[in-house]
Design a protein around this ligand. Structure first.
Ligand SMILES: Nc1ncnc2c1ncn2[C@@H]1O[C@H](COP(=O)(O)OP(=O)(O)O)[C@@H](O)[C@H]1O
Ligand SMILES: [Mg+2]
Length: 213
């Protein structure tokens, strides 16, 4: 049975007609499906520091894709401070960490959500070696396998300046969305975060200026 969610972070699902939901749909239209030279199937969100709105943004974007009829897999690759299971009111005993450690299989960890066509792979328990798990063959194989089953794969990651996980994940993704909390981030820190991401192949799809009041 599908449980509904009460979390106010998921506005596109709970209140699709609100102006904020419209902004998330606009964000979606700014992301092309593919370009001449690159398929855009795996997209991650990151930010320079924590609390800027990564998890909120990627969750609402995932709902938007699902509402369009796409089969969506949302992965919580923020293994250190996971939150997608809370946003979608799911359990987190098993997830990406146990899957990559070989302690579970995909059927056991991927969960349906209250949103039709939107599946969630939560983080699982916080592991002792998050960067190592992200940089593994198992992670690459997982994404290759999931690309065949879903139309789009969206990933939440930690902030760039705190740990190397998101830079590792960016090398596995087709595109990156950067969330910036308005007025909270110094220009140099944002520049440094962008520089760390530019040496990999991923394409910077855009910057979301969040929390504008
Ligand atoms: N645009 C926004 N307006 C108001 N609150 C927001 C907005 N975006 C995020 N938040 C809130 O800010 C907090 C941090 O957001 P979150 O998405 O968890 O950030 P991150 O994943 O980058 O750490 C959450 O409590 C979230 O509900
Ligand atoms: Mg988060």
């Amino acid at each position: 049975m599908r449980r509904s969610t009460n979390d106010s972070s998921l506005i596109v699902s709970t209140n699709p007609k609100s102006p904020i939901s419209e902004v998330y749909r606009l964000l979606r239209t700014k992301i092309p499906f593919s370009s001449k030279d690159m398929e855009l199937k795996t997209i991650m969100v990151t930010s320079s520091q924590t609390g800027e709105g990564k998890s909120t943004t990627i969750s609402n974007l995932a709902v938007t894709y699902a509402q369009e009829g796409k089969r969506v897999l949302l992965i919580d690759a923020d293994l250190r401070k996971p939150s997608l299971h809370r946003i979608f009111s799911r359990l987190n005993y098993q997830g990406l960490s146990t899957l990559l450690a070989g302690q579970a299989n995909t059927d056991e960890v991927i969960q349906e959500t209250s949103v039709n066509q939107l599946s969630l792979l939560p983080s699982g328990p916080v592991p002792s070696n998050p960067s190592e798990l992200m940089d593994s063959i198992a992670m690459r194989n997982l994404l290759d396998q999931m690309k065949e089953q879903y139309d789009v794969i969206l990933m939440d990651t930690p902030s760039v300046l705190s740990v190397s996980d998101s830079v590792i994940v960016s090398a596995l993704c087709d595109g990156i969305i950067m969330v910036v909390a308005a007025g909270k981030v110094k220009r140099e820190r944002l520049k440094k975060a962008q520089e760390q991401l530019t040496h990999v192949n991923a394409r910077m799809l855009g910057i979301v200026i969040n929390r504008v009041v």
